[in-house]
Design a protein. Sequence first.
Length: 250
Amino acid sequence: MATNDIRKFNRFELKYLLDYDFAQEVMKRITDYMVPDSHGNNQGVYFLSSLYYDTDDFRFFWEKIEGEKFRRKLRVRIYEDNKTLNSKSKAFVEIKQRLNKVTQKRRIIVPYGDALKFCNDYESIKVDPEDQPVAEEMLDMLVKGQLKPQCITSYQRQAFNGTEKDPGLRVTFDTNLRYRRNNLDLADKQIGPFMLPPNRCIMEVKVNDRIPYWLTEFAADANFQLVRISKYCTGLQQAEAVPQIEHIFQ
């Protein structure tokens, strides 16, 4: 398993698009201040896949592209391992939303079979009592929007967490970024096309409060350029499911 069981959090997220070789140099630099995520291998590496749901007219896509101050999206996420994904495997149904500059995530942890009944068939499922309000919010989104599976994204993530000096800090590096619009079954290990060139990496800086000084200084020295990039939106564009938007990476 490549994640802990935190069910909700609020944080700030900053994204950068880097060349892979440069990303490797950045990772070497931050290990002076951070440690690999213990849920990955000894270097903090793991693999994950997400199945995104949206309306027929891709409302969530357009809310992101148009920069709506409040926007949401819903997905089923799994953390890949060597085991076959079956109806009893652990899955995460998540609402990820943006409120101004704050990213919020709420999720329920359920068997994969239940996640599909819930999201595809709009069936109520058994959840922990503390998760009931979130499950009801998700079901309301699904039913009112008549949401349906639209795109799978998958990638390798190398993650680092802050030490006791920076407890709210997390930095991730996503590579081998893939998408697929056909065969939207997470149990199928089919590898989709690249959504970005193989030598590109998405770096994300995630903090609860503020970015530590050492990282701010490093980002300035390295001339990091912020991007507004969404893996879901990029996958849809590469699949030509939506119009091409020139400013997708701005």
